[in-house]
Design a protein around this ligand. Structure first.
Ligand code: NZQ
Ligand code: ZN
Length: 393
């Protein structure tokens, strides 16, 4: 078992009445002048933004607004946010949206008191030393950014999509009302659920196998997503179903399922190149790549794949043929992804095959020109990346 240091400082306020606490939460965490940050229109249309504005006004808080965050959030919007915060002496950022809005908020929060170019943090030229406090009103269970230490941003110039991790940016609070997810299109619900599965799977497929408690939590979480997500898609306004997926999204990426293990985020790293280059939805990109990653590494980790197949995907264990059991588990994941409308290959994702040139661009960017490897249970260099992209084609 690996030593660990578990830190999950985010206050979670969950339920249909959660939004009534927004004003008092912002005040409690020291906010006086707020940046209200949001995406492309869904929160305005649903009326949520007006609820938030009223909450802030009722608490006597003043705020400035910046909308227009796009999925796979851009550095250019982060610069805009930093300028606005400096101009108005903002001391708290409230993100209303999903992973993209939260990550844009975290990036702005890093940049406000930094003298250099905020991209330095993603470029490895500097390490964040301070960060404005960020809180969130979550509208989509998916990225898990509401409790995670990650911040993933795309630099417009060169379409470089990169993530950094620091406890400094963990949200002070997350307000989660499952009813706010009723308006999600099916595709976003399914892609979000896939991301939740994958955050757990990329911690479960680890070379440390002895942590049965962590395995049990992870398996329960994955079974919940597998069983409940199809029900949500059939019955999008079912509070109980939506609530379980929403809570799963936070627990999948707050490091709880990593205690005693070591994550292997190779599929995530390979996916970031897909969403950077083609603007695809992150969860759908993961679904398109994972089966190929799994087939590529399976034979060296058969026990783990068998345990996953049996305990999560409900495959009957063929004791005489563990390889077949493991393969059946991967096939069951593919069947599940197809059932919820997710692709399991790049051509299903894009509607066409990628060219050899595009493939090489992704290999080059993922490996930073051959300077880095990705993955832990299986370390992938350029050759392995290329092979997996080819298999996923
Ligand atoms: O922009 P609006 O109009 O709000 O529409 C959004 C967006 O188009 C829509 N949406 C959100 N809530 C809605 C809604 N539509 C109707 N009703 C609602 N209640 O959904 C679309 C996707 O939103 P986005 O925030 O992009 O989704 P998600 O939460 O999946 O975030 C994806 C981003 O997070 C990164 C991804 O790479 C991607 O950039 N990740 C961040 C992580 C982290 N910080 O810990 C970890 C993840 O692995 C991931 O890499
Ligand atoms: Zn993810």
């Amino acid at each position: 078992m690996k030593d660990f240091n578990f830190y999950a400082p985010t206050r979670v306020v969950f339920g249909s009445n959660a939004e009534k606490q927004i004003g008092s939460l912002v005040s409690a965490y020291g906010g006086h002048k707020i940046l209200l940050h949001y995406g492309g229109g869904s929160a305005e249309k649903s009326g949520l933004l007006n609820v938030v504005r009223t909450q802030l006004r009722d608490a006597g808080l003043s705020f400035v607004e910046l909308g227009g965050v796009v999925p796979n959030p851009l550095l250019s919007k982060v610069y805009e946010g930093i300028d606005l915060c400096r101009k108005h002496d903002v001391d708290f950022i409230l993100a209303v949206g999903g992973g993209s809005v939260i990550d844009s908020s975290k990036a702005i929060a890093y940049g406000v008191h930094y003298d250099g170019d905020v991209w330095d943090f993603w470029d490895g030229k500097a390490v964040p030393q301070q960060c404005l406090p960020v809180g969130t009103v979550l509208t989509i269970p998916a990225a898990g950014s509401e409790m995670s230490s990650s911040c993933v941003i795309t630099k417009d110039d060169g379409l470089l999509k990169r993530g950094i991790n620091s406890d400094l940016c963990r949200c002070k609070f997350a307000v989660m009302n499952p009813e706010r997810t009723y308006t999600l299109p099916s595709y976003q619900t399914a892609a979000g659920g896939t991301d939740i599965m994958m955050h757990t799977m990329e911690r479960y497929f680890s070379k440390y196998e002895e942590m049965t408690l962590t395995d049990g939590i992870a398996e329960s979480l994955m079974r919940t997503v597998k069983d409940v997500l199809p029900l949500v898609l059939k019955d999008p306004e079912n509070y109980r179903y939506r609530a379980q997926i929403m809570w799963a999204g936070s627990l999948a990426h707050n490091d709880l399922t990593e205690c005693g293990t070591e994550k292997d985020f190779a599929t995530h790293r390979l996916e970031h190149e897909l969403s950077a280059l083609f603007g695809v939805t992150h969860g759908a990109g993961l679904a398109a790549l994972w089966p190929s990653w799994a087939r590529f590494v399976m034979d060296r980790h058969l026990n783990r794949f068998v345990q996953f197949a049996v305990n999560v995907m409900g495959v009957t264990n063929d004791f005489a043929n563990p390889r077949q059991t493991a393969l059946s588990g991967i096939e069951a994941v593919e069947k599940f992804y197809h059932e919820i409308g997710m692709p399991t290959s790049i051509h299903e994702l894009l509607g066409r095959e990628i060219t050899e040139e595009e493939l090489e661009v992704m290999v080059d960017k993922c490996s930073r020109g051959g300077k880095i490897t990705v993955g832990a249970m299986e370390v992938l260099g350029q050759n392995e990346m290329r092979e997996i992209y080819r298999m996923a084609r």
